[in-house]
Design a protein around this ligand. Sequence first.
Ligand code: NAG
Ligand code: NAG
Ligand code: NAG
Ligand code: NAG
Ligand code: NAG
Length: 447
Amino acid sequence: MCMYYMYLVCTGWIFHALVCIMKPVTSRPANSERYIVCKGFRSEPGDVLRQYLTYVNLAFDDVHFGTTRHRKCIQHLVDLDTLKDDQEFYDYIYQSNCDLGQLQSLNLKKIQVFAKNANLRDERQTEIRTECLSIWDVPNELRSAPEKGDAGERVQRLLSHEPLTPLGECVPCDLDEIRKEVRSAYDYKVFVTGTLNMSTPPSLHYFYSMGRAHVFRWDGISNSSWKRVYSDDSSCPLQLDIPKDTLFVAEVLPELKGEGKGQRKMYALHIIDILFLYGEDWRKHSYNVRLETAKMFVSSITRTSRTRLSPIRVKQLYRIEEIPALLSNHLNFRLVKGCGSEPRLCYAADFHNHANCCHTFAGLHFVPYICKPWTMAYSQSQRQKYFYNIESKQSTYKSPGSAFSNSTYCMKNKLLLSSKNLSTRDKLVNLTAEMDEWIRSLMPWLH
Ligand SMILES: *[C@@H]1O[C@H](CO)[C@@H](O)[C@H](O)[C@H]1NC(C)=O
Ligand SMILES: *[C@@H]1O[C@H](CO)[C@@H](O)[C@H](O)[C@H]1NC(C)=O
Ligand SMILES: *[C@@H]1O[C@H](CO)[C@@H](O)[C@H](O)[C@H]1NC(C)=O
Ligand SMILES: *[C@@H]1O[C@H](CO)[C@@H](O)[C@H](O)[C@H]1NC(C)=O
Ligand SMILES: *[C@@H]1O[C@H](CO)[C@@H](O)[C@H](O)[C@H]1NC(C)=O
């Protein structure tokens, strides 16, 4: 028995209330890998012991990093007799070793038999695969090559010939117009928008994937056509790999890393809404659910090992009452390479967990979470939100399914508060103050 292994288990034993040695099914059955699970860390181990283990760790580093002092491997950390004195521990580790050893030897023999006879097949593997896929509700089919065909026609088929909402209708408005339109803070969600470059408005597109890198985009202007996305296309340089029959709305943005001459620019895709994911229709779910699902989808298709792929993010949503904090905590003036000597307002989202990453700030999109004639309000007496139908004057605490905006409604009715005039810190401070005042009037119970 390897003494170092004993030492590890023993350390677990001394420092924890419970120790378990196990080999999960995901570990190859013919190797000696095993896992030590420890629960209930004791925070006050004896000082002598701590010093001893620190010393051992240092010695271990020396062995690994090749200084000449310790040429030999560390083999003995705990005296075998000491181990044997703790009968319970000794019995456990002895038995676990016998059991795991037997299992390993059995599986080694199996490998030997299979290696000698290439015609042998273990049918149970296929059975387990089929059963798992059926339990997980995953279609049992091989991944097929991207289909050929016209992107526009395929999108039409996916949508059952219902037209896509044009995206060009989002006219920037000022705070007065926002105030007029947004009568309850609960009816809207907010996200930050950026720009491709300072001279163009935010660039929203529909993206549709026929599978793998066969991704197309449509600018949402009725007479323009679907264009293939290429990494060397200067107006939308993206490298994507997205499962087929996925349709979403996204913004293409250069994300900035660092400042000054060394600043790096990397184009990213920021999803603002989803319609279909791998052929599944999400349009009728609420905006929150759609974006939460988008997050799961993105994390499942993100492969950090493929560094050439463009980052895909899902917009971070804010509640209206969070806007002042957003403006004062997430925005900063920075010099942006290629945008002159005037610092530009930039936004760092939580997903930009790299400390120095951000994108330019072009304004706030207000997306209607609740659709008319419904509105969501707050009952101060009941201390609870409720739904109110402006037309039928009906009100209810239970959410009426029809109160949540589908994706068509969201794209048609979102509002854009432009940041065109936010060129100095003073103006940002003023906007923050104005927002604060507006929110106080919308939600007096918060203050
Ligand atoms: C920007 O400021 C100008 C004049 O100061 C004003 O006419 C214009 O409406 C403002 N634009 C926005 C989007 O607020
Ligand atoms: C900004 O983008 C537009 C459209 O892609 C392009 O025509 C224009 O040249 C760009 N301007 C700069 C300064 O890059
Ligand atoms: C799209 O239609 C508008 C007017 O309806 C026209 O001015 C424009 O040139 C057309 N664009 C293309 C690419 O056909
Ligand atoms: C989306 O909602 C609007 C308004 O509630 C409704 O008129 C429209 O038919 C809905 N569209 C879909 C695809 O469900
Ligand atoms: C900010 O607001 C104050 C008071 O409302 C006003 O006097 C000042 O001119 C504003 N500053 C800017 C840069 O708009």
